[in-house]
Design a binder for this molecule. Structure first.
Ligand code: PLP
Length: 456
Protein backbone atom coordinates (compact mmCIF):
# COMPACT_ATOMS: atom_id res chain seq x y z
CA UNK A 1 0.00 0.00 0.00
CA UNK A 2 1.35 3.42 -0.92
CA UNK A 3 1.53 6.21 1.56
CA UNK A 4 -1.23 8.04 -0.35
CA UNK A 5 -3.57 5.04 -0.09
CA UNK A 6 -3.01 4.76 3.64
CA UNK A 7 -4.06 8.40 4.09
CA UNK A 8 -7.14 7.79 1.98
CA UNK A 9 -7.98 4.82 4.24
CA UNK A 10 -7.45 6.99 7.30
CA UNK A 11 -9.84 9.49 5.72
CA UNK A 12 -12.47 6.77 5.37
CA UNK A 13 -12.10 5.99 9.08
CA UNK A 14 -12.59 9.68 9.86
CA UNK A 15 -15.77 9.76 7.76
CA UNK A 16 -17.11 6.66 9.56
CA UNK A 17 -16.36 8.21 12.91
CA UNK A 18 -18.21 11.37 11.95
CA UNK A 19 -21.18 9.31 10.74
CA UNK A 20 -21.21 7.47 14.06
CA UNK A 21 -21.37 10.79 15.91
CA UNK A 22 -24.18 12.01 13.64
CA UNK A 23 -26.22 8.84 14.29
CA UNK A 24 -25.64 9.22 18.02
CA UNK A 25 -26.87 12.81 17.94
CA UNK A 26 -29.91 11.90 15.83
CA UNK A 27 -31.24 9.82 18.72
CA UNK A 28 -31.31 12.84 21.03
CA UNK A 29 -33.92 15.49 21.69
CA UNK A 30 -33.47 19.02 20.33
CA UNK A 31 -31.90 20.55 23.46
CA UNK A 32 -29.40 17.71 23.75
CA UNK A 33 -28.35 18.04 20.11
CA UNK A 34 -27.95 21.79 20.55
CA UNK A 35 -25.83 21.26 23.68
CA UNK A 36 -23.52 18.46 22.49
CA UNK A 37 -23.61 18.31 18.70
CA UNK A 38 -20.82 16.09 17.42
CA UNK A 39 -18.27 16.94 20.11
CA UNK A 40 -17.80 14.13 22.64
CA UNK A 41 -15.52 12.98 25.44
CA UNK A 42 -13.46 10.70 23.23
CA UNK A 43 -12.70 13.52 20.82
CA UNK A 44 -11.93 15.87 23.69
CA UNK A 45 -9.47 13.42 25.27
CA UNK A 46 -7.74 12.32 22.07
CA UNK A 47 -7.63 15.66 20.27
CA UNK A 48 -8.27 18.57 22.61
CA UNK A 49 -6.53 18.07 25.95
CA UNK A 50 -9.84 17.01 27.48
CA UNK A 51 -11.45 20.43 27.07
CA UNK A 52 -15.20 20.12 27.76
CA UNK A 53 -15.89 23.00 25.37
CA UNK A 54 -15.16 22.91 21.66
CA UNK A 55 -11.84 24.68 21.07
CA UNK A 56 -11.40 27.89 19.06
CA UNK A 57 -8.87 27.12 16.35
CA UNK A 58 -7.49 30.61 15.78
CA UNK A 59 -5.35 29.42 12.94
CA UNK A 60 -5.40 30.11 9.23
CA UNK A 61 -4.09 26.75 8.04
CA UNK A 62 -3.65 23.07 8.77
CA UNK A 63 -0.22 21.39 8.60
CA UNK A 64 0.25 17.94 7.05
CA UNK A 65 2.52 15.07 8.12
CA UNK A 66 3.97 14.52 4.65
CA UNK A 67 3.37 15.09 0.96
CA UNK A 68 1.08 12.04 0.73
CA UNK A 69 -1.30 13.41 3.37
CA UNK A 70 -1.24 16.81 1.71
CA UNK A 71 -2.07 15.24 -1.65
CA UNK A 72 -4.92 13.12 -0.23
CA UNK A 73 -6.34 16.12 1.65
CA UNK A 74 -6.06 18.75 -1.05
CA UNK A 75 -7.54 16.48 -3.69
CA UNK A 76 -10.49 16.11 -1.27
CA UNK A 77 -9.89 12.37 -0.91
CA UNK A 78 -9.89 12.63 2.88
CA UNK A 79 -11.64 15.06 5.27
CA UNK A 80 -9.54 18.15 5.78
CA UNK A 81 -9.92 21.73 6.83
CA UNK A 82 -6.68 22.89 5.17
CA UNK A 83 -7.28 26.68 5.18
CA UNK A 84 -9.76 28.67 7.26
CA UNK A 85 -11.31 30.38 4.24
CA UNK A 86 -12.60 26.93 3.25
CA UNK A 87 -13.09 25.19 6.57
CA UNK A 88 -11.93 25.17 10.19
CA UNK A 89 -12.61 22.72 13.05
CA UNK A 90 -14.43 25.43 15.06
CA UNK A 91 -16.79 26.47 12.26
CA UNK A 92 -17.31 22.77 11.56
CA UNK A 93 -18.77 22.17 15.06
CA UNK A 94 -21.30 24.94 14.46
CA UNK A 95 -22.19 23.73 10.94
CA UNK A 96 -22.85 20.19 12.15
CA UNK A 97 -25.15 21.37 14.96
CA UNK A 98 -27.27 23.65 12.76
CA UNK A 99 -27.64 20.91 10.13
CA UNK A 100 -28.86 18.51 12.85
CA UNK A 101 -31.28 21.08 14.31
CA UNK A 102 -32.80 22.08 10.95
CA UNK A 103 -33.45 18.42 10.08
CA UNK A 104 -34.44 17.47 13.62
CA UNK A 105 -37.04 14.72 13.74
CA UNK A 106 -37.36 14.44 9.96
CA UNK A 107 -34.92 11.85 8.63
CA UNK A 108 -33.89 14.40 5.99
CA UNK A 109 -30.22 14.37 5.01
CA UNK A 110 -28.69 17.84 4.89
CA UNK A 111 -25.45 19.68 5.45
CA UNK A 112 -24.63 23.10 6.83
CA UNK A 113 -22.28 25.97 6.11
CA UNK A 114 -21.36 28.97 8.24
CA UNK A 115 -20.76 32.42 6.76
CA UNK A 116 -19.51 35.80 7.89
CA UNK A 117 -23.03 37.29 7.99
CA UNK A 118 -26.66 36.57 7.22
CA UNK A 119 -26.32 38.52 3.98
CA UNK A 120 -23.40 36.35 2.88
CA UNK A 121 -25.42 33.22 3.76
CA UNK A 122 -28.15 34.48 1.41
CA UNK A 123 -25.64 35.26 -1.32
CA UNK A 124 -23.93 31.87 -0.92
CA UNK A 125 -27.32 30.10 -1.02
CA UNK A 126 -28.67 31.93 -4.08
CA UNK A 127 -25.80 32.89 -6.38
CA UNK A 128 -25.05 29.39 -7.71
CA UNK A 129 -28.57 29.19 -9.17
CA UNK A 130 -27.94 32.24 -11.37
CA UNK A 131 -25.23 30.57 -13.47
CA UNK A 132 -25.23 31.20 -17.19
CA UNK A 133 -27.22 28.60 -19.09
CA UNK A 134 -28.10 29.46 -22.67
CA UNK A 135 -30.43 26.50 -23.01
CA UNK A 136 -32.87 28.21 -20.63
CA UNK A 137 -35.01 31.37 -20.86
CA UNK A 138 -33.47 34.49 -19.22
CA UNK A 139 -33.19 33.93 -15.45
CA UNK A 140 -35.63 35.34 -12.92
CA UNK A 141 -35.89 35.35 -9.12
CA UNK A 142 -39.28 34.99 -7.44
CA UNK A 143 -39.33 36.42 -3.93
CA UNK A 144 -41.74 37.74 -1.31
CA UNK A 145 -41.62 41.53 -1.40
CA UNK A 146 -41.80 41.54 2.38
CA UNK A 147 -38.19 40.70 3.15
CA UNK A 148 -35.39 42.14 5.25
CA UNK A 149 -34.11 45.47 3.85
CA UNK A 150 -30.65 44.03 3.09
CA UNK A 151 -32.19 41.15 1.16
CA UNK A 152 -34.38 43.54 -0.81
CA UNK A 153 -31.25 45.52 -1.73
CA UNK A 154 -29.22 42.39 -2.55
CA UNK A 155 -31.86 41.14 -4.97
CA UNK A 156 -33.01 44.46 -6.38
CA UNK A 157 -29.84 46.60 -6.55
CA UNK A 158 -27.09 43.97 -6.83
CA UNK A 159 -28.84 41.29 -8.87
CA UNK A 160 -31.40 43.27 -10.86
CA UNK A 161 -30.05 46.79 -11.35
CA UNK A 162 -26.37 45.86 -11.55
CA UNK A 163 -26.57 42.45 -13.22
CA UNK A 164 -29.88 42.52 -15.06
CA UNK A 165 -31.55 39.55 -13.37
CA UNK A 166 -35.32 39.91 -13.36
CA UNK A 167 -36.82 39.98 -9.86
CA UNK A 168 -40.51 39.12 -9.52
CA UNK A 169 -41.84 40.37 -6.19
CA UNK A 170 -44.77 38.55 -4.64
CA UNK A 171 -47.09 41.22 -3.23
CA UNK A 172 -49.59 38.98 -1.47
CA UNK A 173 -47.76 35.88 -0.18
CA UNK A 174 -51.09 34.29 0.87
CA UNK A 175 -52.23 34.26 -2.76
CA UNK A 176 -50.97 30.98 -4.25
CA UNK A 177 -52.16 32.07 -7.71
CA UNK A 178 -49.71 34.95 -7.59
CA UNK A 179 -46.86 32.55 -6.80
CA UNK A 180 -47.98 30.17 -9.53
CA UNK A 181 -48.17 32.92 -12.15
CA UNK A 182 -44.70 34.23 -11.25
CA UNK A 183 -42.79 30.92 -11.21
CA UNK A 184 -41.87 29.70 -14.70
CA UNK A 185 -39.16 27.97 -16.74
CA UNK A 186 -36.79 30.90 -16.18
CA UNK A 187 -37.18 30.88 -12.39
CA UNK A 188 -33.86 29.92 -10.82
CA UNK A 189 -35.01 30.04 -7.19
CA UNK A 190 -37.98 31.02 -5.07
CA UNK A 191 -37.34 32.94 -1.86
CA UNK A 192 -39.32 33.89 1.23
CA UNK A 193 -38.84 34.85 4.88
CA UNK A 194 -40.68 32.99 7.57
CA UNK A 195 -41.84 35.18 9.27
CA UNK A 196 -40.63 38.32 7.51
CA UNK A 197 -38.64 41.03 9.21
CA UNK A 198 -40.19 43.35 10.29
CA UNK A 199 -43.78 42.94 9.07
CA UNK A 200 -44.14 39.30 10.22
CA UNK A 201 -45.65 38.20 6.94
CA UNK A 202 -45.77 34.42 6.38
CA UNK A 203 -46.63 32.07 3.53
CA UNK A 204 -47.58 28.43 3.03
CA UNK A 205 -44.11 26.84 2.79
CA UNK A 206 -45.47 23.44 1.73
CA UNK A 207 -47.63 24.81 -1.11
CA UNK A 208 -44.99 27.26 -2.37
CA UNK A 209 -42.36 24.49 -2.34
CA UNK A 210 -44.69 22.38 -4.50
CA UNK A 211 -45.19 25.23 -6.98
CA UNK A 212 -41.44 25.88 -7.14
CA UNK A 213 -40.64 22.20 -7.66
CA UNK A 214 -43.17 21.93 -10.50
CA UNK A 215 -40.88 24.32 -12.39
CA UNK A 216 -37.67 22.70 -11.15
CA UNK A 217 -36.74 25.61 -8.90
CA UNK A 218 -35.56 25.30 -5.28
CA UNK A 219 -37.37 27.05 -2.43
CA UNK A 220 -35.00 28.99 -0.17
CA UNK A 221 -36.40 30.12 3.19
CA UNK A 222 -34.88 32.73 5.50
CA UNK A 223 -35.94 31.40 8.87
CA UNK A 224 -34.03 33.92 11.00
CA UNK A 225 -37.11 35.17 12.84
CA UNK A 226 -38.50 31.72 13.66
CA UNK A 227 -35.31 29.71 14.31
CA UNK A 228 -35.30 25.89 14.31
CA UNK A 229 -36.83 25.98 17.80
CA UNK A 230 -40.15 27.07 16.22
CA UNK A 231 -40.13 25.77 12.64
CA UNK A 232 -37.94 23.69 10.35
CA UNK A 233 -38.78 24.60 6.72
CA UNK A 234 -36.89 21.63 5.20
CA UNK A 235 -39.55 19.38 6.77
CA UNK A 236 -42.15 21.15 4.61
CA UNK A 237 -40.27 20.82 1.34
CA UNK A 238 -37.90 23.80 1.36
CA UNK A 239 -34.52 23.05 -0.22
CA UNK A 240 -32.29 25.50 1.63
CA UNK A 241 -32.74 27.35 4.92
CA UNK A 242 -30.70 30.47 5.66
CA UNK A 243 -30.20 32.32 8.93
CA UNK A 244 -28.77 35.51 10.13
CA UNK A 245 -27.20 33.81 13.15
CA UNK A 246 -26.41 37.33 14.36
CA UNK A 247 -30.00 37.39 15.66
CA UNK A 248 -31.74 34.93 18.01
CA UNK A 249 -29.27 32.11 17.41
CA UNK A 250 -26.54 34.23 19.03
CA UNK A 251 -28.83 36.16 21.33
CA UNK A 252 -26.22 37.48 23.72
CA UNK A 253 -24.88 39.63 20.94
CA UNK A 254 -21.20 39.01 20.33
CA UNK A 255 -20.79 38.70 16.59
CA UNK A 256 -22.26 38.83 13.09
CA UNK A 257 -22.67 35.42 11.51
CA UNK A 258 -24.75 33.51 9.01
CA UNK A 259 -25.74 29.90 8.43
CA UNK A 260 -27.23 27.88 5.64
CA UNK A 261 -28.52 24.33 5.63
CA UNK A 262 -29.25 22.59 2.35
CA UNK A 263 -31.03 19.29 1.87
CA UNK A 264 -29.13 16.67 -0.08
CA UNK A 265 -30.41 16.06 -3.62
CA UNK A 266 -32.14 19.39 -3.90
CA UNK A 267 -34.16 20.49 -6.88
CA UNK A 268 -32.63 22.82 -9.46
CA UNK A 269 -32.78 23.32 -13.22
CA UNK A 270 -29.14 24.44 -13.30
CA UNK A 271 -25.83 23.35 -11.81
CA UNK A 272 -23.70 20.23 -11.75
CA UNK A 273 -24.67 16.95 -10.10
CA UNK A 274 -22.32 17.52 -7.16
CA UNK A 275 -24.09 20.80 -6.45
CA UNK A 276 -27.51 19.18 -6.37
CA UNK A 277 -26.31 16.14 -4.40
CA UNK A 278 -24.84 18.11 -1.48
CA UNK A 279 -25.20 21.85 -2.02
CA UNK A 280 -23.60 23.08 1.23
CA UNK A 281 -20.49 20.90 0.89
CA UNK A 282 -20.15 21.70 -2.81
CA UNK A 283 -20.54 25.43 -2.08
CA UNK A 284 -17.90 25.22 0.65
CA UNK A 285 -15.35 23.52 -1.62
CA UNK A 286 -15.95 25.68 -4.68
CA UNK A 287 -17.75 29.07 -4.83
CA UNK A 288 -17.40 29.79 -1.08
CA UNK A 289 -13.69 29.04 -1.35
CA UNK A 290 -13.39 31.42 -4.30
CA UNK A 291 -15.68 34.19 -2.99
CA UNK A 292 -14.36 34.12 0.58
CA UNK A 293 -17.33 34.77 2.95
CA UNK A 294 -16.02 32.49 5.72
CA UNK A 295 -16.84 32.99 9.40
CA UNK A 296 -14.05 33.64 11.91
CA UNK A 297 -13.55 30.64 14.25
CA UNK A 298 -14.05 32.86 17.30
CA UNK A 299 -17.43 33.99 15.95
CA UNK A 300 -18.33 30.36 15.28
CA UNK A 301 -17.71 29.26 18.87
CA UNK A 302 -19.48 32.32 20.33
CA UNK A 303 -22.47 31.54 18.11
CA UNK A 304 -22.34 27.85 19.04
CA UNK A 305 -22.31 28.72 22.76
CA UNK A 306 -25.52 30.70 22.39
CA UNK A 307 -27.15 28.14 20.12
CA UNK A 308 -27.07 25.59 22.96
CA UNK A 309 -29.69 27.56 24.91
CA UNK A 310 -31.83 28.58 21.90
CA UNK A 311 -34.98 26.69 22.86
CA UNK A 312 -35.28 27.94 26.43
CA UNK A 313 -34.67 31.52 25.34
CA UNK A 314 -37.27 31.21 22.58
CA UNK A 315 -39.79 30.05 25.20
CA UNK A 316 -39.19 33.01 27.51
CA UNK A 317 -39.02 35.55 24.67
CA UNK A 318 -42.12 34.20 22.89
CA UNK A 319 -44.22 34.15 26.06
CA UNK A 320 -43.22 37.72 26.84
CA UNK A 321 -43.83 38.80 23.23
CA UNK A 322 -47.40 37.47 23.40
CA UNK A 323 -48.04 39.26 26.72
CA UNK A 324 -46.57 42.51 25.37
CA UNK A 325 -48.47 42.33 22.07
CA UNK A 326 -51.78 41.84 23.93
CA UNK A 327 -50.98 44.85 26.10
CA UNK A 328 -50.13 46.98 23.05
CA UNK A 329 -53.25 45.87 21.18
CA UNK A 330 -55.45 47.22 23.97
CA UNK A 331 -53.60 50.55 24.25
CA UNK A 332 -55.43 53.67 23.05
CA UNK A 333 -52.32 55.19 21.37
CA UNK A 334 -51.77 52.11 19.19
CA UNK A 335 -53.52 51.60 15.85
CA UNK A 336 -52.25 48.11 14.95
CA UNK A 337 -50.16 45.26 16.32
CA UNK A 338 -48.82 42.50 14.09
CA UNK A 339 -47.86 39.34 15.98
CA UNK A 340 -48.57 35.78 14.81
CA UNK A 341 -49.88 34.86 18.27
CA UNK A 342 -52.78 37.34 18.11
CA UNK A 343 -56.25 36.36 16.85
CA UNK A 344 -56.18 39.43 14.58
CA UNK A 345 -53.05 38.20 12.76
CA UNK A 346 -53.44 37.75 9.01
CA UNK A 347 -52.60 34.13 8.28
CA UNK A 348 -53.38 32.86 11.75
CA UNK A 349 -54.11 29.33 10.45
CA UNK A 350 -50.72 29.14 8.75
CA UNK A 351 -49.03 30.50 11.87
CA UNK A 352 -50.68 27.72 13.88
CA UNK A 353 -49.63 25.14 11.32
CA UNK A 354 -45.98 26.12 11.09
CA UNK A 355 -45.04 27.73 14.40
CA UNK A 356 -44.79 25.35 17.35
CA UNK A 357 -42.24 24.89 20.07
CA UNK A 358 -40.06 21.94 19.09
CA UNK A 359 -40.52 18.83 21.29
CA UNK A 360 -43.96 20.04 22.36
CA UNK A 361 -47.32 20.75 20.70
CA UNK A 362 -47.42 24.22 22.14
CA UNK A 363 -48.08 26.92 19.51
CA UNK A 364 -45.42 29.58 19.96
CA UNK A 365 -44.78 32.64 17.85
CA UNK A 366 -41.37 34.13 18.44
CA UNK A 367 -39.86 37.26 19.80
CA UNK A 368 -40.61 39.92 17.20
CA UNK A 369 -43.68 42.13 16.84
CA UNK A 370 -44.57 45.21 14.86
CA UNK A 371 -46.69 48.01 16.23
CA UNK A 372 -48.17 51.04 14.48
CA UNK A 373 -48.72 54.19 16.50
CA UNK A 374 -51.86 56.34 15.96
CA UNK A 375 -51.13 59.42 13.84
CA UNK A 376 -53.38 62.23 12.59
CA UNK A 377 -52.58 61.31 8.96
CA UNK A 378 -50.97 58.30 7.33
CA UNK A 379 -47.70 59.99 6.29
CA UNK A 380 -46.99 61.35 9.73
CA UNK A 381 -44.57 59.94 12.26
CA UNK A 382 -44.77 62.67 14.93
CA UNK A 383 -46.39 60.52 17.61
CA UNK A 384 -44.33 57.52 16.60
CA UNK A 385 -41.09 59.41 17.12
CA UNK A 386 -42.30 60.81 20.47
CA UNK A 387 -43.03 57.27 21.62
CA UNK A 388 -39.74 55.96 20.24
CA UNK A 389 -37.63 58.77 21.71
CA UNK A 390 -39.39 58.39 25.06
CA UNK A 391 -38.30 54.79 25.62
CA UNK A 392 -36.00 54.44 28.61
CA UNK A 393 -34.99 50.81 29.30
CA UNK A 394 -35.71 49.57 25.78
CA UNK A 395 -32.85 50.24 23.36
CA UNK A 396 -33.22 52.23 20.13
CA UNK A 397 -31.17 50.23 17.62
CA UNK A 398 -31.36 48.33 14.35
CA UNK A 399 -31.02 44.97 15.99
CA UNK A 400 -33.21 42.06 16.99
CA UNK A 401 -33.26 38.64 18.58
CA UNK A 402 -31.22 39.98 21.45
CA UNK A 403 -31.51 39.15 25.20
CA UNK A 404 -32.26 42.87 25.57
CA UNK A 405 -35.50 44.36 24.26
CA UNK A 406 -34.86 46.60 21.26
CA UNK A 407 -37.10 48.95 19.28
CA UNK A 408 -36.47 50.01 15.69
CA UNK A 409 -38.10 52.65 13.49
CA UNK A 410 -37.79 50.70 10.27
CA UNK A 411 -38.76 53.43 7.78
CA UNK A 412 -35.67 55.46 8.75
CA UNK A 413 -33.27 52.58 9.42
CA UNK A 414 -33.43 49.01 8.07
CA UNK A 415 -35.67 50.03 5.16
CA UNK A 416 -34.25 53.54 4.60
CA UNK A 417 -32.28 52.84 1.41
CA UNK A 418 -35.01 51.15 -0.54
CA UNK A 419 -37.04 54.38 -0.85
CA UNK A 420 -40.73 55.03 -0.42
CA UNK A 421 -41.89 52.71 -3.17
CA UNK A 422 -39.75 49.88 -1.86
CA UNK A 423 -41.10 50.47 1.66
CA UNK A 424 -44.67 50.31 0.35
CA UNK A 425 -43.85 46.98 -1.30
CA UNK A 426 -42.38 45.75 1.97
CA UNK A 427 -45.35 47.04 3.98
CA UNK A 428 -43.32 49.48 6.10
CA UNK A 429 -45.23 52.63 7.04
CA UNK A 430 -43.70 55.70 8.75
CA UNK A 431 -45.53 54.89 12.00
CA UNK A 432 -44.29 51.29 12.25
CA UNK A 433 -42.04 50.29 15.14
CA UNK A 434 -40.50 46.85 15.31
CA UNK A 435 -40.03 45.56 18.83
CA UNK A 436 -37.79 42.60 19.52
CA UNK A 437 -38.59 41.20 22.95
CA UNK A 438 -35.70 40.13 25.16
CA UNK A 439 -35.50 38.02 28.29
CA UNK A 440 -36.28 40.78 30.81
CA UNK A 441 -39.33 40.41 33.03
CA UNK A 442 -42.28 41.27 30.73
CA UNK A 443 -43.78 43.62 33.32
CA UNK A 444 -40.71 45.86 33.07
CA UNK A 445 -40.95 45.86 29.27
CA UNK A 446 -44.65 46.79 29.46
CA UNK A 447 -44.00 49.54 32.03
CA UNK A 448 -41.45 51.18 29.71
CA UNK A 449 -43.75 50.94 26.68
CA UNK A 450 -46.75 52.24 28.64
CA UNK A 451 -44.85 55.26 29.94
CA UNK A 452 -43.52 56.12 26.47
CA UNK A 453 -46.98 55.74 24.91
CA UNK A 454 -48.62 57.91 27.54
CA UNK A 455 -45.99 60.57 26.86
CA UNK A 456 -47.30 61.13 23.33
C1 PLP B 1 -30.60 40.57 9.98
C2 PLP B 1 -31.23 39.77 8.95
C3 PLP B 1 -30.53 39.38 7.81
C4 PLP B 1 -29.09 39.81 7.57
O1 PLP B 1 -28.23 39.21 8.48
P1 PLP B 1 -26.81 39.85 8.93
O2 PLP B 1 -26.28 38.85 9.87
O3 PLP B 1 -27.11 41.18 9.55
O4 PLP B 1 -26.01 40.00 7.69
C5 PLP B 1 -31.15 38.57 6.89
N1 PLP B 1 -32.43 38.18 7.06
C6 PLP B 1 -33.15 38.54 8.14
C7 PLP B 1 -34.55 38.06 8.29
C8 PLP B 1 -32.58 39.35 9.13
O5 PLP B 1 -33.30 39.70 10.19
Amino acid sequence: MTNLQSWILKGQEMIKDRERRILRAKKWKFDTVATHGLYDLQQAITQNNGSIMEPVYMSPAQAYTDSAEMEAALSYQMPTWCYSRIANPSTFFLEEVIALLETYGTGIEASGLSTSSGMSAIRTATDPFLVKDDSLPPPNIVSCAKVYGGTFQQFWVRRHEEQGVEVRWIHDPFDLNEWEAAIDDGTRYVFGEFPSNPSLSIFDIEKVAELAHLKNAPLIVDSTCASPALTRPLAYGADIVVHSASKVISTSGTSISGLLVARKNLISKVGCNEMKADFATWAKLWPYRDNGPSLHPMGAILTLNDLRTLRMRIVQMSKSALTVSKFLQSHSKVSMVSYPGLESFKGRDLANKYLKLVDSDEPMFGYMLMVEIKESDSDSSINTRKFFDGLDMIWRATDLGRVKTIATLNAISTHQQQGEEGRKLAGISPNAVRISIGIEDPQDIIADLDRALNNI
